[in-house]
Design a protein around this ligand. Sequence first.
Ligand SMILES: Nc1ncnc2c1ncn2[C@@H]1O[C@H](COP(=O)(O)OP(=O)(O)OP(=O)(O)O)[C@@H](O)[C@H]1O
Ligand SMILES: O=C(O)c1ccc[n+]([C@@H]2O[C@H](COP(=O)([O-])O)[C@@H](O)[C@H]2O)c1
Length: 217
Amino acid sequence: MIGVFGGTFDPIHFGHLRPALDVHQALGLDELRFLPLNSAVHRAQPVASAAQRLAMVQAALAGEPGLRADDRELARAGPSYTVDTLHSLRQELGPRRSICLLVGGDTFNAFLDWHRPFDILALAHLVVMQRPGAAAPDDPALRAELACRGTRQLAALRQAPAGRIWIESVTQLDISATRIRGLFAAGRSPRYLLPDAVLELARREACYSAQRGHDAA
Ligand SMILES: Nc1ncnc2c1ncn2[C@@H]1O[C@H](COP(=O)(O)OP(=O)(O)OP(=O)(O)O)[C@@H](O)[C@H]1O
Ligand SMILES: O=C(O)c1ccc[n+]([C@@H]2O[C@H](COP(=O)([O-])O)[C@@H](O)[C@H]2O)c1
């Protein structure tokens, strides 16, 4: 099984990395790929450049077997729709391999508003990185999908290439990229919220200096 974790990663931080490693280990994934988006379809555009965000993801994953960066969204012009990314991955991996799309709990709650969500579910399983003890989603349509597609059997994820929903309780770290950019912009250190190698790269490249930050507090 292959895991796919898309994000803005502006910058990548421990709130992405630890839950993703929890999922990697819990599901016994062969590989987990991190895909920085190019052009966001649902939020403000990133502050750091595509090359900088990719370099930060690569620095964060260096030396961790089974985790790697995948730059296919950056190589594709136009909006980074997840359905297009999964089509591209299917071409690479073939129709039978299980693909697990990792999403944070908050992101999952808005999943039915994504571009062609049911095509996404035809291409991949959804793995929701949930806060331990979190409530079920509010949206009745999403609850209905969860009721029929949800599984606690790993074999169900392995047997079908796509279409199931798995909820995984993960380490909860109250860290966001917005807060990290805010600390940079305020001239304060975000150390211990993200890997040192990412921090050094962000400093060296001045990715989030006060002048560049859109959302500096
Ligand atoms: N602390 C966290 N714990 C668990 N999941 C997270 C955490 N932060 C982000 N995620 C999830 O990681 C994915 C990518 O998130 P993203 O790159 O937008 O990071 P972010 O910190 O939320 O960024 P920003 O603050 O710029 O919105 C999303 O599915 C999101 O739900
Ligand atoms: O394809 C879509 O319609 C879509 C809508 C919202 C979010 N996504 C993807 O979800 C991932 C997490 O988004 P974000 O904003 O939390 O970084 C990222 O890979 C986005 O491209 C995708």
